[in-house]
Ligand binder design. Structure first.
Ligand code: AMP
Ligand code: MG
Length: 407
């Protein structure tokens, strides 16, 4: 049997890249930049006032104090948005608003609160230094400087910088389009009451939601019955619309496991057994020599664990992310845990934050991979490595918190 890490590296080797695309700033949020961005304008682009106050020449304020203010005539106002540059001679002041352009001839701003707030004449209660409360052209960023490098993640701060530089679109690595197909003749769609022997399809919702959470643009195709040609026709019809295809179900040993039967005949999709529990049967390969396809087992918990182990890292690789796996934490086991030798076991758990700062974890639900209710009550996967057969109460165990990314 293949080890989880071996299968993951085979999967990742089979994941190429997607051509960068241009997106508007808010559509680019959370993505990685695929170009170097150079500032075409300086920031700020003109000298302006950092305060509401009076533009003055610093030399004219020398010696001013509350007891002996210096009084200057106010020759006008400069408001933010003033399009032409005003000017003033020595011994004068102009009332100025935050962000308004500095008048030629002034080199400092005295804040309103250090004056008598006069309109025709203003009494200054203190001296100011040259440059005080002036935001200089280019002091934030000079034109021609590298603003952001290719590979930078675009969060709100970086988007603000791009906007400040006047960019409306940027080249980014796009969200991979993940198409999810549930297979199984027993499946019905949500919104219907299941008849005897029918099962409501939850996997396509699970995988589409997980793919979206991982950063993909995911779409449910819906349900395909256990029928060789229907499956192949569906996959073929979706090839151009996806960067990754994911099917669930039909990969076990059964006589009606048509995903395995139909796709292994194509020769480009390999079905293997991976030393993990749940999630032993795994299919991976390419369709149309291009589109990676994951064939995950059909039990919902198996589908989730398989997604976390293999599909999530593949999505993150396509996004250009450097860390492909989720962060893990070490937690104290609140109960004894067992696992067969040579198999990596994933159990659903509830992770607790201790008052002392550490973590502890308890299991929820049995090992059965059909248990959707306990999966919904879990907030982490407990990973019991291949070589570990027993975790005694109180021992440390690796936990993968299933935190929502919020994209
Ligand atoms: P399979 O892998 O096709 O043998 O399915 C294993 C188990 O998972 C069976 O009990 C299926 O009914 C169940 N199952 C398969 N696909 C889904 C699905 N999309 N949603 C919920 N349960 C499923
Ligand atoms: Mg099935």
């Amino acid at each position: 049997m293949r080890k989880v890490d071996e299968h993951l590296s085979i999967v990742l080797d089979g994941i190429g890249t997607i051509d960068p695309i241009e997106l508007t700033l808010l559509d680019a949020q959370g993505l990685l930049l695929a170009e170097n961005v150079t500032a075409e304008v300086p920031l700020p682009s003109f000298d302006n006032s950092a305060m509401d106050g009076y533009a003055v020449r610093a030399v004219d304020t020398r010696g001013a104090s509350e007891a002996e203010p210096i009084v200057l005539p106010v020759i006008g106002d400069v408001v933010a948005g003033t399009k032409s540059r005003s000017g003033m001679g020595p011994g004068l002041a102009m009332r100025i608003m935050t962000g308004a352009p500095m008048p030629a001839g002034a080199d400092a701003v005295i804040p309103l609160e250090d004056t008598d707030r006069g309109v025709a004449r203003v009494a200054l209660h203190r001296p100011v230094q040259s440059g005080e409360y002036v935001r200089r052209l280019g002091e934030d960023m000079q034109a021609g400087t590298r603003a952001l490098v290719s590979g930078a993640a675009l969060g709100p701060q970086q988007i603000a910088l791009l906007a400040a530089l006047g960019r409306d679109r940027v080249l980014v690595r796009p969200r991979p389009r993940v198409l999810v197909i549930s297979t199984g003749s027993e499946l019905i769609d949500v919104g219907q009451r299941p008849g005897f022997g029918e099962v409501t399809d939850s996997n396509s919702y699970l995988v589409a939601a997980a793919a979206k959470d991982a950063g993909a643009d995911s779409r449910r195709f819906g349900i395909v019955p256990d029928d060789h040609s229907k499956l192949l026709d569906t996959l073929e019809s979706q090839l151009l619309r996806a960067d990754i295809l994911v099917t669930t179900g039909g990969v076990s040993m059964g006589a009606f496991d048509v995903v395995k039967q139909a796709l292994s005949e194509l020769g480009t999709v390999e079905f293997t057994q991976v030393a993990m529990q749940p999630g032993k049967p795994q299919g991976f390969g390419h369709l149309g020599n291009r589109v990676p396809i994951f064939c995950l087992p059909g039990n919902p918990v198996s589908a989730l664990v398989s997604f976390e182990a293999f599909v999530r890292p593949a999505i993150r690789k396509l996004l250009g992310k450097r860390t492909l796996g989720r962060a893990t934490v070490q937690a104290a086991a609140l109960e004894r845990m067992e696992s067969p030798a040579g198999v990596r076991q994933y159990r659903r758990g509830v992770l607790h934050r201790e008052a002392t700062g550490g973590y502890s974890v308890s299991l929820i639900g049995g090992p059965g991979s059909h248990l959707i209710a306990s999966m919904a009550a879990s907030n982490c996967l407990v990973v019991i490595d291949e070589e570990v057969t027993e975790v005694v109460t109180g021992a440390r165990v690796t936990v993968v918190p299933l935190l929502l990314s919020n994209r």
